[in-house]
Design a protein around this ligand. Structure first.
Ligand code: HEC
Length: 113
């Protein structure tokens, strides 16, 4: 590979990394999460109904990606599209930081044998 291509690739990597790690504020996310709690539970561990996914402890990057995909319609779900539609990039980062910081109930379930 030519040197200039390598430099370009390295630069692209930095831009991507900066994008993914746009700082989320978990405290603000906790405020915003009020509207999510009816289905995902107060800490993202669900409400005992398996139609609502557990999002506690999920990687923040994954949550950001999912919420943006609902918002754009790339991932189609009528319920979630409605909730994601009005979220800004910062709201999404904050909500994702909050749910990612919660302990997942799935960790305990996976230890049960
Ligand atoms: C009325 C119920 C309801 C509310 C309120 C709700 N969700 Fe959801 N959420 C769902 C359902 C149902 C799914 C699964 C949709 C699918 O199959 O793609 C989902 C999926 C998700 C996913 C994808 C999880 C995964 O593992 O891929 C994320 C992230 C998410 N919701 C975040 C939120 C956030 C943040 C809020 C609040 C702004 C919220 N949800 C509000 C019902 C709800």
């Amino acid at each position: 590979m030519r040197m200039s291509n390598r430099i370009l690739l390295a630069l692209a990597g930095c831009v991507l990394a900066a994008n993914v790690h746009a700082a989320g504020n978990p405290a603000n996310g906790a405020q915003l999460s009020q509207v999510c709690q009816a289905c995902h539970g107060p800490d993202g561990n669900g409400v005992g109904d398996p139609q609502y996914p557990i999002i506690a402890g999920q990687y923040a990057d994954y949550l950001v990606h999912s919420l943006k995909a609902y918002r754009s319609g790339e991932r189609s779900n009528v319920i979630m599209q409605g909730f994601a539609q009005n979220l800004s990039d910062q709201d999404i980062a904050d909500l994702s930081a909050y749910f990612a910081s919660q302990k997942s109930r799935l960790e305990d379930l996976s230890k049960r044998r």
